[in-house]
Design a protein around this ligand. Structure first.
Ligand code: NDP
Length: 331
């Protein structure tokens, strides 16, 4: 089998040199284990902080140990009656072509007409993040005006579309190029999306949301968060999902220049969250979103990289904004 290990820790943006591809002999299966042939791997922003040796909500990757992450594939050998050969599963031993796991560490995937890869995106962690973030963290209400950063990405593109279906009246976003901003407006149906590289975020945001915001879904942090705080209405809610603008910067070096006094006067709620805390919403989320997709009410995109050996490249490209929609690797 082949697997990627973390060969060194990055300083600043990760490079190909931080990763090494290893060949390994797999042991025999123990009782209760399965062998999964991975078909699609997920590359996600949260993997970047895990490359640093710093405490976080997921432990850091260890040097010279195999990387992990979301993956979907098929059971090709089994010593568990619960996961016979042929079962399609999702699990966390990505970054490799073949994975041995305890059957209990695999999620059997429901049969739908949708591609397996959707379970790493819209029907998986990013989808639940968008859905739970809106419903349980931002308490989205009918009539709300919502702003989401990272709008052309996996989570952000879904946030805007789900928000509309949940009753938001005005949905605006930001993304890293003119091309992405146009696509978010034309294909994802946002009322407006700006290219945050084209000027100060504060000004660009107030042009698309002159009446202010009820909800800001933050995927980015930094300048975006500061601008959103100034644009919030009374009792506004900020769901803090990610701060990708700062993932390459050590915590002591991050400078948030925000007018926090507004948080008080406008009674703003700022709440961080992790998708796994909202697992109880999963059945409702799966039912609702599968139906939306099957009814053609969501425009879902993937950026696909071919080949296990290209996994680090897909990851690095995604961090740089090379993806539209969910970044995945097909083996
Ligand atoms: P995306 O598909 O959105 O990919 C990452 C995107 O981030 C890139 O495409 C790029 O788009 C954007 N980006 C990179 N650098 C910057 C920057 N300096 N400023 C602004 N945007 C930047 O990834 P996901 O949808 O998977 O994740 C989005 C965010 O949500 C991340 O912060 C992630 O950590 C977080 N997250 C949190 C979860 C939770 O449970 N709390 C779960 C899942 C994700 P562009 O071209 O627009 O710059």
């Amino acid at each position: 089998a082949r697997q990627f290990v973390l060969s060194s820790r990055p300083s600043g943006a990760p490079t190909r040199d931080n990763f090494a591809l290893q060949r390994v002999e797999l042991p025999e299966l123990a009782e209760g284990q399965v062998l999964v042939r991975n078909e699609v791997l997920s590359v996600d922003p949260y993997m970047r902080p895990r490359m640093d040796d710093r405490p976080s909500y997921v432990p850091p990757y260890r040097l010279d140990a195999p990387l992990d992450g979301g993956a979907v594939g098929t059971v090709v050998a089994s010593r568990s009656p619960d996961r016979p050969v042929g079962t399609a599963v999702r699990h966390m031993r990505g970054w490799r072509d073949l994975a041995i796991l305890d059957a209990a560490a695999t999620d059997p995937l429901p049969e739908t007409s949708l591609p397996l890869s959707y379970h790493l995106g819209i029907l998986g962690m990013p989808g639940l993040t968008a859905y739970a973030g809106l419903q349980e963290v931002a308490s989205l209400r009918e009539g709300d005006t919502l702003f989401v950063s990272g709008a052309a990405g996996a989570v952000g593109g879904l946030v805007g579309q789900f928000a509309r279906l949940m009753g938001a009246t005005r949905v605006v976003g930001s993304a890293g190029s003119d091309e992405k901003a146009r696509l978010v407006e034309d294909l994802l149906g946002f009322d407006a999306c700006f290219n945050y590289r084209s000027g100060p975020v504060r000004e660009l945001l107030s042009a698309v949301a002159p009446g202010g915001l009820d909800v800001y879904f933050d995927n980015v942090g930094g300048e975006h968060l500061a601008a959103a705080i100034e644009a919030m209405r009374l009792n506004g809610r900020i769901a803090m999902c990610g701060i990708i603008a700062d993932y390459d910067t050590a915590p002591q070096q991050r400078a948030l220049q925000a007018d926090l006094f507004q948080v008080i006067g406008r009674r703003i709620t700022i709440r961080g969250f992790i998708s796994t805390d909202h697992a109880s919403l999963r059945p409702e989320f799966l039912d609702t979103v599968t139906r939306w997709v099957e009814e053609g009410r969501i425009h879902y995109r993937e950026t696909v990289t071919e080949g296990l050996d290209k996994t680090p490249d897909a990851f690095i490209e995604m961090l740089r904004g090379g993806n539209i929609g969910k970044a995945i690797v097909r083996i």
